[in-house]
Each structure stands twice: as C-alpha cells, then as structure tokens.
Design a protein around this ligand. Structure first.
Ligand SMILES: *[C@@H]1O[C@H](CO)[C@@H](O)[C@H](O)[C@H]1NC(C)=O
Ligand SMILES: *[C@@H]1O[C@H](CO)[C@@H](O)[C@H](O)[C@H]1NC(C)=O
Length: 158
C-alpha cells in the first residue's frame, strides 16, 4: 500500500517533469514572441483560417480575402510619418487582393518578430488613416513607398 502510493508519487512527478521539459524546450527553441493570435480581433475566429507555424517565428496565416481583411496599428507605434492632417490614433491596412482569393497575410505584410512584439514591414496596398481635412479615410504609400518601415501590429481581422 505504502509502496504503491510512493511509486505513484514518483511516477506522477516524473510524468509532470516530462511535460514541463517539453514545454520549456519548445518555447526556448521556437519563437520568443507572444502568440500572434493574441492580436486577432475578438470577432474573428482562429478556426476560419489555415495557419501553420513554420518555426523560428515564421507563420503562414492564409485566409480568404473579404472586405474586412485588415490589420490595424497605432500611429505612435510606427516608424511612418503621417501627413499633418492625421486625426486618429489608428491606421489600417487592407489585404487588397480580389475578394474570395486566398492570401497569406503573414508574408503579404512582411510580419516579423522583434523585441518581443510583432511588426509589419510591408504595405502592399498602402495605409489608410483618418484625415480631419476631408473627414475621410485617404491612403498613403499605395506604391509601397513605406516598405521596410516597421509598425507594431495591434490587431488583425478577417
Ligand atoms: C501557405 O498556406 C497555404 C494554405 O495551406 C498554401 O496554399 C501556401 O502555399 C502556403 N504558402 C507558403 C509560402 O508556404
Ligand atoms: C500627426 O499630425 C501631427 C500634426 O497635426 C504631427 O505632429 C504628428 O507627428 C502626426 N503623427 C504621425 C504619427 O505622423
């Protein structure tokens, strides 16, 4: 009886240790950034996309384009200098591809992991911001002029 309990405890702690090691190994080997899906808008579901983790902070997040396939970032968290008429804390990026087509938004927007955060480095369809002059949402950089500049990903949605 006592032996049985003792063996159970030993077995249980070894088993627990095994799990801990596996978890530790994975997180130290792989990406050091927080889960990119923490940035997914609450109205979207992770089940709606095909995604694969390719190791070393590289993902393939493939989804079908619809009018709401967008990424948002804060102007203050970007290297991009916005026009003087900017009047909102946020800017948005659209997938831009034809509706219904499949697109890997991870590579399309050149997402990278740096300093424990996710950054956008490509702006294939330009950047939409709010202008107080026209009270509308114009685009800048539609020719990819801002490619290479970093903007911290705030939220993505599809
Ligand atoms: C990303 O995943 C999609 C869907 O599984 C696939 O069609 C596409 O080829 C992948 N892209 C890359 C660059 O591996
Ligand atoms: C937004 O415009 C203001 C001037 O109205 C400017 O000072 C600020 O730098 C602009 N913000 C960005 C992120 O470019």
């Amino acid at each position: 009886m006592n032996w049985f309990i003792l063996l159970s405890i030993i077995f249980f702690s070894v088993f627990q240790d095994g799990n801990c090691c596996m978890k530790f190994k994975r997180s130290s080997d792989d990406c050091k950034c927080p889960d990119i899906f923490d940035h997914l808008a609450t109205i979207s579901s992770k089940d709606d996309v095909l995604y694969t983790e390719e190791g070393g902070c590289v993902y393939n997040i493939t989804c079908r384009v619809h009018f709401e396939t967008i990424l948002a970032f804060k102007l203050a968290d970007s290297e991009i200098l916005f026009p003087e008429d900017n009047n909102s804390d946020w800017a948005r990026l659209h997938a831009g591809e034809e509706e219904g087509s499949s697109v890997d938004i991870f590579s399309l927007f050149g997402m990278i992991c740096e300093n424990n955060g996710w950054y956008i480095t490509k702006y294939p369809s330009g950047i939409e911001y709010f202008s107080k002059n026209c009270n509308c949402y114009p685009f800048i950089g539609v020719g990819g002029e801002y490619d290479g500049k970093k903007s911290k990903l705030d939220e993505f949605d599809w």
